[in-house]
Design a protein around this ligand. Structure first.
Ligand code: AMP
Length: 397
């Protein structure tokens, strides 16, 4: 069974065609600058190099059409025709409280996703454009919606409520939702499998450290807390997002800098995090590491502040679960950044664990990095959101 996995952003469309029986990625690619001049489609069939072609894509339907043509191309394609696509899995950012698991898409589901648009105005409408474009071009192929928020819907009230008037939850559904759920779920399950243990008996802290970053506490396979909130702005310090701040800072900065609330929010989303902390060096951890190594003190401080925040969340979630068996690092920074993992590890000795410098000298592979005999196992598990979406799609088709 072949599953096309679609992750549709406002001007981009990432995709993978996966043979779900063998879990082989048959082809993958990215359409960029959709609706903008200078469009580019990068396509990579299995076992071959990436090919980039400049082609304008006025809308997402055109982009999906290009993707389908590339997949069926007689020379570089990987399938004969569209009949070889058995299902499509769509990443949808916000399922609100309506969706606690993936669902087969029909008109009612689309209407319910639209009702969540208010909660993710930048993401959900564009995710739906991807759904509608695919439905137009493949009307008879079953499609599944996989939500970033769904895995976190098991959080108890005490974890998802904010300390603000309850009526805002009742009237507007203001609460913690959490994001990166597909990754947290996949990585927590892989952690248990890798350790040959039953996830039902485990307490796992997953640190998804990418450009966006979040931590989750997974007890018995269910999420009990996570660091992102109503929006992906809360929690860890990220590439460009501030993470947790005193909300009164917003009014204070707005007054001092003569900015509106939405302008301050833009600063918190796009100009903060390690980018802002480092005085504009970079949001990319490779650049920050190089700058710090060559003596840039603000880059060094940004990295230390980042690691400290992650360590604080690990401590909070060990407390929330009254213990922890495994701490797993994933996503770009978590999988690859040896120095940042070591910095975070330096705070974890009270848990009876330590990052082993030799074992930590690894990138992008499943591996235990804690020292022999540690009470808590620290691991690296590369995330694979597309594979997780493909599996969930198969389960519903
Ligand atoms: P993601 O959003 O998961 O793609 O993660 C992006 C982040 O991962 C960027 O800040 C990258 O600098 C970081 N990253 C990716 N590869 C490496 C690497 N080899 N060493 C250090 N950081 C890396």
């Amino acid at each position: 069974m072949n599953v096309l996995v679609i992750n549709c952003g406002s001007s981009s469309l990432k995709y993978q065609l996966i043979n779900a029986d063998t879990e082989e990625v048959l082809a993958k690619g990215l359409c960029e600058r959709i609706g903008i001049d200078g469009g580019m489609h990068t396509y990579q069939p299995k076992g071959s190099d990436k090919v980039a072609s400049m082609i304008d894509m006025p809308d997402h339907t055109k982009a999906v059409g290009l993707v389908l043509d590339a997949l069926c191309d007689p020379v570089s394609g990987v399938i004969k025709d569209l009949s070889e696509i058995d299902a499509v899995g769509h990443r949808i950012v916000h399922g609100g409280e309506k969706f606690s698991q993936s669902v087969l898409i029909d008109d009612d589901v689309i209407a319910a996703i639209k009702e969540c648009n208010d909660l993710a105005p930048l993401h959900n409408p564009t995710n739906l454009i991807g759904v509608n474009s695919c439905r137009k071009l493949m009307p008879d192929v079953p499609m599944v919606a996989v939500f970033d928020t769904a895995f976190h819907q098991t959080m108890p009230e005490k974890a998802y409520l904010y300390g603000i008037p309850y009526e805002y939850y009742g009237k507007y559904k203001v609460r913690r939702y959490g994001f990166h759920g597909t990754s947290h779920e996949y990585v927590a399950n892989r952690t248990a499998e890798f350790l040959n243990r039953d996830i039902k008996d485990m307490k796992i802290i997953v640190c998804h450290l990418g450009n966006g970053a979040s931590v989750s506490a997974v007890s018995g396979g269910k999420c009990v807390d996570t660091s992102m909130g109503l929006t992906p702005l809360e929690g860890l310090i990220m590439g460009t997002r501030s993470g947790d701040i005193d909300p009164a800072i917003m009014e204070y900065i707005a007054g001092k800098e003569n900015l509106s609330i939405s302008e301050v929010l833009n600063v918190l989303n796009k100009k903060s995090g390690v980018l802002g902390l480092s005085g504009g060096v970079s949001s990319d951890f490779r650049d920050l590491g190089e700058a710090a190594a060559s003596g840039n003190e603000r880059a060094q401080t940004a990295l230390e502040t980042y690691a400290y925040r992650v360590a604080k969340y690990i401590g909070a979630y060990a407390a929330a679960m009254n213990g922890v068996d495994a701490i797993t690092f994933t996503a770009g920074v978590g999988e690859n950044n040896i120095a940042v993992r070591a910095m975070i590890g330096s705070y974890l000795n009270y848990l009876g664990t330590a990052v082993d410098p030799d074992r930590n000298n690894t990138r992008g592979e499943e591996k235990i990095i804690s020292a022999e005999g540690s009470k808590v196992t620290i691991l690296v598990i590369p995330t694979d959101e597309e594979m997780s979406i493909a599996r969930q799609t198969v389960a519903l088709c």
